[in-house]
Design a protein around this ligand. Structure first.
Ligand code: SF4
Length: 488
C-alpha cells in the first residue's frame, strides 16, 4: 500500500518534518505516547460523542475496517444525511471528517469538533486539509465549521447540548489556507519519500503546539543543564542554540539574563545549589505548629458533569493532608477521595473542615489553586464559608521560596513544579505509577466518566492515592530540607 498522508500526519509535519518522516516510515521507533496523551484522546472522543447529539438524524460510519469504512462513506452519501467520521482517500491523502452535513445543491459542509473553547490556527489548517482531500475525492464542499465548547455555559440540573457548543463559520480562514495547501502537501510527500529522516535541530517548537513523542530521541544528546531550561523564557534558548550555545555554563557574560536566570547559570557553573539563607530563615520563622501539609487533586472536563459547573471548571475529587505537631513528631495522615462519577463536593468540604484543627500553619505548594477552589466551594456551600476563610488565612505557600530562587538546585532545570523540585532536592522518585498531577487528574476523569472496567478503576485509584500522598510527603521533605539548610 502506498504511503498515505493522513490528517494527523499532516499536522505533525506542520510542526516538524522529522516527526512526520518517523510517523510514516518508522512508526515503531516512536516511543509510546504517554498517559496524558491517551487520556486527552479519551476526552476528545467524549466531546465528539456529545456533539453528535446536535445532529439527531446523523449516521456514524464504523471505522474498525479501513476499506469497509471507505466504501460505506461513499455509499452513505446517497442518504443526504449528516455523516459522522466518513473517510475519503484522494491524491495520496486520507481524511475522516467529524461531521459531513448535506446542503442540497450546494454540496456538503464540513464540521470539525474540538474539545477546546476557541478557534486556533492549527484547527483551520486541520480543516483545510480535510477540504483538500474531500474536494480531490469529488465532493463539492460548501462551508467549513468549527464546533467547539462554549466555556461560558453553566450547567443546570440537566445538560443542554445546544448551549454547550458554539458553531463558528471558518470558511474564509480555510479558503485562505487552502491556497498554499497543495504546495505544503507536495513538500511533505517529498519529505516522507526520502530514505533518511531529515536532520532538524531541536528547539522550543518541539512542544508547540503539541508535545512531540520523539523528544526522548532527538533531545538525548542535549546537555543536562541546557539553554532551553532558562527560567520562564523559551526564546532565549532558541537564540542561544542558534549560535551553537547549548550549555548554560557557556552563556556569554554579556548575554542578558534575568536575576533568576543568572542564579541558574551560577548553579550550573559551580555545580551546586544556590541558597539565600536569610530569606529561607524568614520563611521558616513564619511557621506555627501543628503544621499541616495539604494537597488537592482535581480534574477539568470540556463537558460539565455537575450542576453549577462550566466547561473546564476544576472538580476537586481528592485531598491529602498530613499533620506534624513538632519537628520530631510522628506524622498523622488524612485522605479524602470522591466516588468516581458522583458529585461529592459537599462531603469534600465537610471532611476537610473536620480534619483540620483550629490552629497551626497549613502548607500548600502553589497556593493560588487551593485558594480558588476553597472560594468556589464557599460560594456553593455558604454554611462553610466562615470555616473555609479561616483555613485560607492560615495558608503558607511552600512554592514561594523556590519561585524566588531562595533555594535553587541545578537539577531543577529551571522548573519550580513539585515534580521537578522534589526529586532534584530530595531524591524522592515521582516517576513510579502516576508521574504528575495532570496525569492523576486525567486518570480520575477517565474512571469517572469514560471507563467502566473494574480492574482499570481499581488500578487508577491506587495510583492516584499513592501519588497524592507522595505530594504531601514531598512537601514535608522539602520543608525539612529548608530548615536543615539554614542550620548547617
Ligand atoms: S523532537 Fe523536535 S526535532 Fe525531533 S522530531 Fe520532534 S519536533 Fe522534530
Amino acid at each position: 500500500m502506498p504511503k498515505l498522508l493522513t490528517k494527523s500526519k499532516f499536522l505533525n509535519a506542520l510542526q516538524c518534518p522529522r516527526w512526520v518522516w518517523y510517523a510514516v516510515n518508522r512508526p515503531a521507533a516512536i516511543p509510546d505516547y504517554n498517559k496524558k496523551s491517551q487520556y486527552l484522546f479519551s476526552q476528545g472522543n467524549l466531546v465528539g460523542e456529545y456533539a453528535k447529539q446536535l445532529f439527531p438524524d446523523g449516521i456514524t460510519i464504523p471505522c474498525s475496517d479501513f476499506k469497509e469504512s471507505l466504501q460505506l462513506s461513499k455509499q452513505q452519501l446517497q442518504q443526504q444525511k449528516p455523516l459522522f467520521e466518513a473517510g475519503f482517500i484522494a491524491d495520496g491523502c486520507y481524511s475522516r471528517v467529524d461531521v459531513l452535513i448535506p446542503v442540497g445543491d450546494k454540496g456538503w459542509d464540513i464540521a470539525e469538533v474540538k474539545s477546546g473553547a476557541s478557534v486556533k490556527d492549527i484547527h483551520v489548517m486541520d480543516v483545510a486539509f480535510q477540504r483538500y482531500c474531500l474536494s480531490k475525492a469529488g465532493l463539492k464542499i460548501n462551508r467549513c465549521w468549527l464546533i467547539h465548547v462554549n466555556n461560558k455555559y453553566v450547567r443546570a440540573e440537566r445538560l443542554d447540548i445546544y448551549s454547550l457548543f458554539c458553531r463558528k463559520d471558518i470558511t474564509g480562514k480555510v479558503l485562505n489556507c487552502s491556497r498554499e495547501i497543495s504546495g505544503r502537501i507536495s513538500n511533505i510527500k517529498n519529505t516522507i519519500k526520502n530514505e533518511q529522516a531529515p536532520v532538524v535541530n531541536p528547539g522550543s517548537f518541539c512542544t508547540r503546539p503539541y508535545d512531540c513523542p520523539l523528544i526522548s530521541l532527538c533531545w538525548k544528546d542535549m546537555p543536562e543543564e541546557n539553554v532551553f531550561q532558562l527560567f520562564a523564557d523559551n526564546r532565549k534558548g532558541d537564540e542561544l542554540s542558534g549560535n551553537g550555545i547549548l550549555k548554560q555554563e557557556n552563556i556569554p557574560d554579556d548575554f542578558h539574563l534575568t536575576r533568576l536566570q543568572q542564579i541558574q547559570k551560577k548553579a550550573s557553573v559551580e555545580k551546586k545549589p544556590q541558597l539565600r539563607k536569610k530569606a529561607l530563615s524568614d520563611f521558616i520563622t513564619l511557621l506555627q505548629f501543628p503544621v499541616y501539609f495539604l494537597d488537592f487533586e482535581s480534574y477539568s472536563s470540556p463537558v460539565p458533569f455537575f450542576k453549577g459547573m462550566k466547561p473546564y471548571d476544576q472538580y476537586p475529587f481528592m485531598y491529602s493532608l498530613k499533620k506534624i505537631n513538632n519537628w520530631e513528631a510522628e506524622e498523622e495522615n488524612f485522605i479524602f477521595l470522591s466516588a468516581p462519577g458522583r458529585d461529592q463536593r459537599d462531603l469534600f468540604i465537610k471532611r476537610l473542615v473536620n480534619d483540620i484543627d483550629k490552629q497551626g500553619s497549613i502548607i500548600v505548594y502553589g497556593k493560588d489553586f487551593e485558594l480558588k477552589k476553597l472560594d468556589e466551594l464557599a460560594g456553593l456551600f455558604p454554611a462553610y464559608r466562615s470555616s473555609l476563610e479561616k483555613i485560607k488565612a492560615r495558608f503558607i505557600d511552600l512554592q514561594e521560596p523556590f519561585r524566588r530562587f531562595d533555594y535553587y538546585h541545578p537539577d531543577q532545570a529551571g522548573n519550580v513544579s513539585m515534580k521537578k523540585i522534589v526529586p532534584a532536592l530530595t531524591g524522592h522518585d515521582y516517576r513510579k505509577g502516576i508521574a504528575n498531577g495532570y496525569e492523576a487528574s486525567l486518570g480520575f476523569f477517565h474512571i469517572a466518566h469514560v471507563s467502566k472496567k473494574k480492574d482499570e478503576i481499581a488500578t487508577i485509584i491506587n495510583r492516584i492515592k499513592t501519588y497524592c500522598c507522595s505530594d504531601t510527603a514531598g512537601m514535608k521533605k522539602l520543608l525539612f530540607l529548608l530548615k536543615d539548610s539554614i542550620t548547617f
